[in-house]
Design a protein around this ligand. Structure first.
Ligand code: PEP
Ligand code: MG
Length: 327
């Protein structure tokens, strides 16, 4: 099958009934950009910038960060790259970061990501400077992790705008434009989307953290791995609602968690209205093969009915649907 997937590199991700899906890859290091070429993906939907920080023995200087981001954008050519600002803290602690981020009882729910970045703003200012500098003359796409309330997005965006103004004041060209997005991975954010959406250029659902918070089930605990399913009605209904609300607000929404890289889960996400996926490069072939055989219109009619009265085993029901519709 691997040869079959490789052969699909140049085939467009269009469903059997003619709907174009945006298929992107997740990345974290400079060398990962090569996956764009090997998979034929549409862009990088999630660039986890903290990887460079985690593999470094000391805090990377802003010039060094800028070089990495410039290399990534240049290697991607015309394909868009969405940089996620640093998601460290909790269990991804930086050894060279001093302060009180020591032992936390619940690091995943702790002082991490945007929470830490807004308080230790020197870190995020340096990163914003580096991204603005690297994007000179190009469009820059940034998204902020673990947003739980709209004000966090406002502050993070203001911090980036400040660096853009600084660059312009110094006679730099600056980015052509900056597109700002938020990750939806804390369930509370879904309750204030009406406030957040008008401020956003795009939204990206991080299903890894979202599911652990929705089910109060540690994503790293193997004892819980069997206890909940990405295809459970709770998750599917939640994502359906967020997707509908975002689209009604005119904001594009992607899924960038691992869920989107599983074939049946990806099919369900498309059925819920998602039309952009950012997934691990190895999943592009299998997911593309699935969607090219999918009658998406039929699924978008049938899935809401299924979710209105969910069967005992949603996974089995979706597998049935797939086989009876030649997916
Ligand atoms: C997620 O939480 O789904 C996500 C994409 O971010 P990460 O896996 O890096 O936490
Ligand atoms: Mg996350």
């Amino acid at each position: 099958r691997r040869a079959e997937y490789a052969a699909m590199r140049d085939l467009p991700p269009i469903t059997r009934d003619g709907q174009r899906i945006t298929l992107m890859v997740n990345a974290g290091l400079r060398d990962d950009v090569a996956a764009l070429d090997t998979t034929g993906a549409d862009g990088i939907g999630l660039f986890r910038t903290e990887f460079e920080f985690l593999i470094s023995a000391e805090l990377p200087k802003r010039e060094k960060q800028a070089r990495v981001y410039r290399d990534v954008m240049e290697a991607a050519g015309p394909k868009p790259v969405t940089f996620r600002t640093i998601d460290v803290g909790g269990d991804k602690a930086l050894p060279y970061m001093t302060g009180d981020n020591g032992d936390e009882e619940n690091p995943a729910m702790g002082w991490r990501a945007i929470r830490l970045a807004l308080e230790r703003d020197a870190l995020m200012k340096a990163q914003a400077w580096a991204l603005v500098e690297a994007a000179n003359g190009r469009e820059l796409r940034v998204m902020f992790p673990m947003i739980s309330e709209p004000w966090e997005f406002d502050e993070a965006k203001a911090l980036f705008e400040e660096q853009r103004i600084r660059a312009l004041a110094r006679g730099r060209q600056g980015p052509l434009a900056i597109r700002y997005g938020a990750m939806l991975e804390v369930p509370a954010l879904a309750e204030t989307l009406d406030i957040l959406l008008p401020k956003l250029d795009f939204l990206s659902i991080g299903t890894n953290d979202l599911t652990q918070f929705l089910f109060a089930a540690d994503r790293a605990n193997p004892k819980l791995a069997e206890r909940y399913d990405w295809l459970s009605p709770a998750i599917l209904r939640f994502i359906a609602r967020v997707t509908r609300t975002s689209h009604e607000g005119g904001v594009p929404v992607a899924v960038c968690g691992e869920m989107g890289g599983r074939v049946l889960e990806a099919m369900a996400l498309l059925g819920l209205g998602i039309d952009r996926l950012s997934i691990t490069p190895a999943a592009i072939g299998p997911v593309k093969a699935m969607l090219r055989s999918l009658d998406l219109g039929a699924l978008r009619t049938d899935l809401p009915l299924l979710l209105a009265h969910p069967p005992q085993n949603m996974r089995a029901a979706l597998l049935d649907w797939a086989s009876s519709h030649d997916v």
